[in-house]
Each structure stands twice: as structure tokens, then as C-alpha cells.
Design a protein around this ligand. Structure first.
Ligand SMILES: Nc1ncnc2c1ncn2[C@@H]1O[C@H](COP(=O)(O)OP(=O)(O)OP(=O)(O)O)[C@@H](O)[C@H]1O
Length: 258
């Protein structure tokens, strides 16, 4: 098993007018993702999806439970930050804040290549060309600066940077939500091709079940901090939990009327 979540809980402490209370954002969640598996994580706003992504990538500390990558504990210090970063990449809804405005796209894509691989200048340039093409942009974009790109183009550069690391898992947290339908579809096709080529695993977080179904075979449904249902193949396995059924039904109705 590549990723294993065992009874993961995250509580946030809040302070209001001298009174402290806690919010359970993620509540005893267990989930497994195999190498090369594509899992959609769906659920309404506030159900704990982003918190779960932050726990897997150690952006947040865990309250209870444990997360394992290839059998190594993420929160108990078995993996260094660098090892974790090399294995798991996280792409946010608006990752453009991570793009330095003073660096051209080429330098931005070269950065992870320099950090993780021993390549000479020529090999690095070749890799940059191939990565920019993989995300559906042509090589002229390599000379541009982030400020000269549209939102969708910036997202593609962020995805190219994530792929450059050659991770085993990419977590997309509403990463395509700000893109129009054709741009979303073209990135989804690119991700499917890439998955076939490299055997990457994806955790695709969204509140839109329809887009999760386009990219993923498995769907995990989150509701009020808990994973209430996991179907390993949504084409054949029925949803049984009432909230998951409602979500699935809403999606069917939306598809019929579109
Ligand atoms: N830093 C924080 N401090 C306190 N509460 C938080 C914090 N971050 C998230 N929460 C709370 O945890 C719960 C889960 O939030 P989270 O962002 O994980 O939900 P989500 O499913 O990703 O929602 P969305 O789809 O709207 O992004 C929410 O009730 C939220 O208000």
C-alpha cells in the first residue's frame, strides 16, 4: 500500500472571548491508496477535505491516528520533509502564489529539477521542454513570467512543477475549479495519459462529483469530517450511504439537465 491513513483525527482549538473550544475537522478517517490508483475525494464545503490533504503533506500536525507512506510514518519522523515532498506533491486551487513573479517559467520548472536530479544543463533544458508540452503549453511559454499568464496557464505551470519532482502521489485540492470546462477537460486528459505513462497515484479533491468521475475510478465521500463511503470503482459499485447516494443522485440530475 502506498498511502495508509489509520484513524486520522484533526482537532482545531479556537479561542472566542476567553472561551476555548475545539472543532473536529477530520474525524477518525481511514483510507488506503495503492500505487497508481486514482481516488476522488468529494464532499460538501467544510467536510474536512483540505484538512486531510494538509495532514498527508504535513502542512498541519495530526491530533490522533497515523499516516503511512510506503509503511513509513509521516508524523512520527520516519520520513524527512524532503523525502515526503519528493513522494507527495500538493496542487492547490490557486497555486500561483507559489510562483515567484521574478522568475520566468523555465527557471520555475528547472527549480525542482535542480533540487532533485543530477542533470546537466542540456538534459535539464530537454526535460523543461517535455514538461511544458505535457501540460499543453508550447515552448514559447518558457520565456514568459507568471504575471504574463492567465489563471489556467499558471495552474498548468504549477502542475508541470509538481510532475517535475516525479512524485508517487499528486493531491489536487480543487486545482481545476477555477478553470473553464475545456481547460479542465484538457488537463484531465493530460493527467490520465501521465498516469498511464508514470503509474502515478492521484487524490483528486473536489465538491464536484462529475469532475471526480472523469479522472478517478474510485470515489471516497466525506461528510462532517468522516469518510462515510469508499467505492473502488464507481462504474460498478453502488453508493450505499444516504449522503453519498444523495450526492450521486444530484450529480445524475445535473448531468441530465446540462
Ligand atoms: N486553521 C483552522 N482553524 C480552525 N478551524 C479550521 C481551520 N482550518 C479548517 N477549519 C475548519 O475545519 C473544517 C474543515 O475545513 P476544510 O477546509 O478541511 O473543509 P473542506 O471540505 O476542504 O471545505 P471546502 O470544500 O470549502 O474547501 C471546517 O469547519 C473549517 O472551518
Amino acid at each position: 500500500m502506498f498511502l495508509k491513513l489509520e484513524s486520522v483525527t484533526k482537532e482545531y482549538q479556537t479561542q472566542r472571548r476567553f472561551r476555548s473550544s475545539s472543532i473536529t475537522a477530520v474525524d477518525t478517517v481511514s483510507l488506503n491508496i495503492k500505487k497508481g490508483e486514482r481516488i476522488g475525494l468529494v464532499g460538501e464545503s467544510g467536510s474536512g477535505k483540505s484538512t486531510l490533504a494538509k495532514l498527508i503533506t504535513k502542512f498541519e500536525s495530526i491530533t490522533k491516528g497515523e499516516i503511512f507512506i510506503n509503511g513509513y510514518s509521516v508524523h512520527n519522523g520516519d520520513l524527512s520533509e524532503l523525502e515526503l515532498y519528493k513522494k507527495v506533491q500538493l496542487v492547490f486551487q490557486d497555486s500561483s502564489f507559489s510562483l515567484s513573479p521574478r522568475m520566468p517559467v523555465k527557471a520555475l520548472i528547472e527549480e525542482p529539477l535542480r533540487n532533485f536530479f543530477k542533470l546537466n544543463k542540456e538534459e535539464r533544458e530537454k526535460k523543461c521542454f517535455s514538461l511544458i508540452q505535457k501540460v499543453g503549453l508550447d515552448e514559447t511559454f518558457l520565456e514568459r513570467y507568471p504575471g504574463e499568464l492567465s489563471g489556467g496557464q499558471k495552474q498548468r505551470v504549477c502542475i508541470a512543477r509538481a510532475i517535475a519532482v516525479e512524485p508517487e502521489l499528486i493531491i489536487f485540492d480543487e486545482s481545476l475549479a477555477s478553470l473553464d470546462q475545456p481547460a479542465q477537460m484538457s488537463i484531465i486528459h493530460m493527467l490520465l495519459d501521465l498516469q498511464k505513462e508514470k503509474g502515478l497515484a492521484y487524490l483528486f479533491i473536489t465538491h464536484d462529483l462529475a469532475s471526480a468521475k472523469k479522472l478517478c475510478e474510485g470515489i471516497a465521500v466525506m461528510y462532517k469530517g468522516k469518510i462515510v463511503e469508499v467505492v473502488k470503482d464507481w462504474k460498478t459499485d453502488p453508493f450505499t450511504h444516504p449522503y453519498a447516494k444523495l450526492l450521486f443522485h444530484k450529480n445524475e440530475v445535473k448531468t441530465i439537465f446540462l
